[in-house]
Design a protein around this ligand. Structure first.
Ligand SMILES: [Zn+2]
Length: 359
């Protein structure tokens, strides 16, 4: 009996830790010109992009270094556009608000004042507006319960985003990192994010020279006495176009922070939401092969006109399953952990790699 109880306790704690946190989100789109307004589909794509980043599924594979790839995490946190508003009415989670004069670069306080936040205990409020291009320090700002900006007292907790910034969807992931308690890599106290001391990157491109950056020495035991390069792949660095990952250490911090400060908000809406994985073929587009559904809750079907062999691998390179098939094959993934998996399909003279997302 004691053993059974013990096993149940382990299962229970595993289940609690791996529970996905869905954050009800309202996006306030402020526009002066009607061109600056956003279509619902654009807002949905923006939120989906953030979710791909949070769930360890970024399509941004510009930089991939072995030293960091094992630290890559699915935070099991994602944003969902609210489906019910503060008054219990159905909503699409988007507020469109016309403003009388354009917003000056960096005038985040005014942005937040133009559209009243929904209850910040229950919703993540994101204000998006076109504020002009220029200094990237004007890209976005997050205010949180522990770092309220002096100009932004409660209830202005949330994120403001300048839609004119280059790559503003990447900046939004960075700001959501702040919203979930993360700091820049220079300041943070997380072991698996190397310290770095970069100024905001004025160069919008992610170029190979950045791979040699090492602006800060690191002495954490995790690095085994070697000083790692700067983790420009990290969303909390300043190299927006290179960013594609949060680490396992950041995941723990984000989830702890959400538990502490956003417990009323997490999973408070009746819905969960799906992620759309748009480009899941990494190597090549092989029109002879169909793989569906993706994301999946447990089964994946491969349709191929020829015989093939396949491998299922974790993002850390561990092979979970090997098999063969021809025509149509359905594989059961129920016993594997949630998150991203690689499916490698090998034919007689080529192979294709797919990212599969298991919910
Ligand atoms: Zn920042």
């Amino acid at each position: 009996m004691r053993i059974i109880l013990f096993i149940s306790a382990i299962l229970l704690s595993t289940t609690i830790f791996s529970q996905t946190y869905y954050i009800p989100t309202v996006v306030h789109v402020l526009y002066f010109d009607s061109e600056e307004d956003m279509l619902s589909s654009e807002v949905e794509n923006l939120i989906n992009h953030v979710n791909l980043g949070l769930r360890g599924m970024s399509e941004n594979n510009i930089v991939s270094r072995e030293i960091f790839d094992t630290l890559w995490a699915d935070t099991e946190i994602q944003l969902c556009l609210a489906t019910v508003d503060e008054f219990g009415l159905l909503t699409d989670g988007i507020v469109h608000k016309e403003i009388e004069t354009p917003i000056e670069p960096g005038d985040f306080f005014r942005t937040k004042g133009e559209s009243t936040p929904w209850n910040t205990d229950l919703y993540l409020n994101i204000w998006v507006s076109a504020m002009g291009s220029g200094s990237e320090s004007n890209g976005g700002i997050a205010t949180t319960p522990t770092v309220p900006h002096s100009n932004f007292p409660n209830p202005y907790i949330g994120v403001t985003l300048n839609k004119d910034s280059y790559n503003y969807s990447q900046i939004l992931i960075h700001e959501i990192g702040h919203f979930l308690g993360l700091e820049h890599l220079y300041f943070d106290d997380i072991d698996d994010t190397p310290c770095s001391n970069n100024a905001i990157n004025p160069e919008p491109k992610c170029i190979p020279e950045f791979l040699t950056l090492n602006t800060c020495s690191n002495e954490e035991p995790i690095w085994n006495g070697t000083d790692p390069p700067d983790m420009i792949e990290n969303y909390m660095e300043y190299y927006g176009n290179c960013a594609k990952m949060f680490t396992r250490g950041q995941k723990i911090k984000m989830r702890d922070y959400a538990n502490t400060y956003y417990s009323a908000m997490i999973n408070s809406q009746p819905n969960t939401c799906e992620i759309v994985v748009s480009s899941y073929v990494l190597d090549e587009v092989n029109t002879n092969i169909k793989v569906y559904p993706n994301p999946t809750f447990g089964e994946i079907t491969i349709e191929h006109k020829k015989s093939f062999s396949y491998k299922i691998m974790t993002i850390y390179g561990q092979i979970l399953e090997i098999g063969n098939g021809s025509n149509t094959l359905t594989i059961n993934l129920h016993s594997y952990e949630k998150g991203m998996l690689f499916l490698i399909i090998e034919g007689s003279n080529n192979s294709s790699i797919y990212k599969i997302f298991k919910n």
